[in-house]
Ligand binder design. Structure first.
Ligand SMILES: N[C@@H](CCC(=O)N[C@@H](CS)C(=O)NCC(=O)O)C(=O)O
Length: 278
């Protein structure tokens, strides 16, 4: 592992690291925020998954999460959104290929060789964080848009792993919307039955009562993708049917950008802290 950057930030440290990923079969970069005094008591970790076109730096530089993470004593880990490098398959559009890994394991060519973001986030990255930094094993997960989808499926597919999950403008029902259908067809093939494995609405519908964890979703009502791609009310309806503890907040006037995330990230950090620091 090689440190690329380090900056003092709110008495803690913002760092950027490069490592060779066995799972993704390429070199990956992630960012991490270490709160002050983090070596005294191992702090819990909040994983943040970003949206289409992003890497680890969008959240790091735009969300302004470090002040409250420092106050609460939470480590923030920001992975990239896809495998990277010259050997890695890519596509023309911003919504497939590099920057658009959709946090799943691809089964189709040419993607299957590297696009295994689900396994990377489930196994390799947490093991690396545990071995290289002094952190506790308590963790939570959050994300934006494609990353909101990622956070929700990570939580739904791994009961007991995360104390809580939250999302900003998540793609909750990818199998029913253009972004998800395009990506899932490419990565997973034409059999739409296989896609359900990676769809929050489908996964929640099939979840057990004991799997439920506190869930917070914020959605701006001026988000240009709300009607065509996001529609968080679909997940809220499944949550109602399943008595899943989901709070969906519609935020008036907010769009899809990091200005929206910056406005509400403090609420999400405090929400996760209630569960992480118990
Ligand atoms: N209008 C964008 C669509 C992609 C987009 O809005 N990406 C969101 C996540 S889905 C984002 O966070 N972009 C990067 C940023 O705002 O820093 C494009 O065509 O590139």
């Amino acid at each position: 592992m090689e440190m690329l950057e380090e900056h003092r930030c709110f008495e803690g440290w913002q760092q950027r690291w490069r490592h060779d990923s066995t799972v993704l079969n390429c070199t990956m970069t992630f960012s991490i925020f270490l709160p002050p005094h983090y070596s005294a008591t191992p702090p819990p970790v909040l994983y943040w998954l970003s949206g289409l076109t992003c890497n680890d730096e969008n959240f790091t530089t735009k969300a302004g999460a470090q002040r409250v993470a420092a106050e609460l004593g939470i480590v923030l880990v920001m992975p990239d959104t896809s495998p990277r490098g010259d050997d890695v398959a890519d596509a023309e559009g911003y919504d497939l290929g590099k920057g658009a890994g959709f946090y799943l394991n691809a089964t189709e060519q040419p993607w299957a060789a590297h696009y295994r973001m689900y396994d990377y986030l489930r196994d390799e990255l947490p093991a690396l964080i545990q071995s290289q930094f002094k952190v506790s094993d308590r963790c939570a997960i959050s994300g934006h848009s494609m990353g909101g989808h990622g956070a929700l499926i990570m939580a739904l597919k791994n009961p007991g792993r995360y104390t809580s999950v939250s999302a900003f403008a998540p793609i909750v029902n990818p199998i029913q919307v253009p972004w998800g259908q395009k990506a899932f067809r490419a990565y997973l093939g034409d059999d739409a039955q296989q896609w359900r494995e990676w769809d929050s609405c489908a996964l929640m519908l099939e979840s057990n009562e004991t799997d439920a964890i506190p869930t917070l979703i914020d959605q701006g009502d001026n988000d240009q993708f709300l009607a065509d791609q996001l529609q968080p009310a679909r997940l809220a309806e499944v949550a109602r049917q399943k008595s899943w503890p989901l709070t969906l907040r519609i935020q008036s006037g907010y769009d899809h950008s990091y200005f929206f995330i910056a406005a509400f990230i403090e609420d999400h950090l405090r929400f996760h802290a209630q569960h992480l620091l118990k």
